[in-house]
Design a binder for this molecule. Sequence first.
Ligand SMILES: Cc1ncc(COP(=O)(O)O)c(C=O)c1O
Length: 493
Amino acid sequence: MSSLEKRVMVDMSATIIHHGHIRLLKKASEYGKVIVGLTTDDEVLAKKGYQPELDFEHRKEILEAIKYVDEVVPVPWALDDGVLEKYSIDLLVHGDDNSNNIQKEKLLIFPRTKGICSSDIRKKSSLIANKIKRNILLNPGPATTTDSVKMAQVVPDICPREYEFGDLMEFVSIELTKIVANPKEYTTVLFGGSGTAVVEATLTSAVPHDKKVLIVNNGAYGKRMCQIADAYGMDYIEFESSPIEPVEVEKLKKVIEENENISHLAVIHNETTTGLLNNLDEFGEIAKEYNLELIVDAMSSYAALPIDMKKQNISYLCASSNKNIQGMAGVGFVIANTKKLEKLKEIKPRNFYLNLFAQYENFIKSHQMRFTPPVQTLYALKQAIIEAKEEGIENRYKRYSKSWERLTNELKKMGLKYLVDDKYHSKIITSIFIPDGVDFNEMHDYFYERGFTIYPGKVAEFNTFRVANIGEIDYRDMEEFLKLFKEYLGGKN
Ligand SMILES: Cc1ncc(COP(=O)(O)O)c(C=O)c1O
């Protein structure tokens, strides 16, 4: 008998058909005629504990339409030699979870396709069917995410030291780099932690002990860089600048010229305190002119505003998983020039967990973080990256900008003022003056009850609140917010 004439049984319940089934059937067809032993409805109910979504006849009809399948016959949950004899079966093909009690010579085991099984699909669809409430987050991250990003976290348990998980982190690292640089020259180093962790990692790991960092402080996040440097007793110069006006470049240059030993210049791209956009082209030019390494906190600009690390002479760029990339909170990352990362080896570590070189070196060797990563956040981040690529960063920023324009046009019509002139605005977050007679907390609660989250202001001298327009929201959500805002203010009069 030639091998093609063999009758090969593949047993399955096929309640939800997926690519793992197709791959198994295809492989089986290489051994002869494929006879699917399809578990009957009663047996699925008795052994798996649920009524199949599709009954036997419909599952059979689907299987018969698959080109690798020659016949479909009813079988019980557990197969034995009697069943094989009844259908004249020469070989039984099964995944590596086989529990059928049949003679070894008739058994052909294939590994199961990784990462897929009907019960996981069932779990995910039931979560989707339960429809998660959509909250409109107008705080500047964590941002509103898609359901598919939320669902991406529901995965089989996995030890993050497995190669499969290393591959996921490699994908994440390379794709995050591609948004702002060429992965042949730049590398993304991932940390479990929030954005502040990676700003801290960068400042403490990149600046040599005998050098100084010049920190531009024109908002709360510039100030935070100074606080980090203080906490480590680092030598730094604070360049204070207006929170609402562009940095006076000539003044900054003067500071560089008047001080010795400055090796690094650190700046926030989009000051999330106000929405003031620091001009990276200008900072890149300064870094070049004075031979400084430029550190950029791009927490609330990355994956929306255009950034080109090479062109803009940026050595280190910090961002996180939960803002414009639209993933879950828990991963911070530093994108850096690879040659510069290699050189960090020469700097004696100021800390342990947050050491950038150690994290980089370990990742290059093993595609692993040094310590336990936020596993599910990384699955969500992968999905978020896929969706960011589908939308395109430029289009994402257009979508964000459209919401911002709706917001600010309406604010102008309502006679309300906001910080930072449109010319210098990031169009990502707006700091709005709180109208007279309005209490922020009360207004917050009014919106919160209606599914919108607004954020307090952060500049001490101005009484403001903040509205961000990032995440999986668009101008229609902003219009809804504005409608509620008018209703709220109307109720005050
Ligand atoms: C510019 C900037 N830097 C740093 C941070 C701190 O990030 P995290 O709160 O994730 O630590 C934020 C947070 O909003 C930010 O906007």
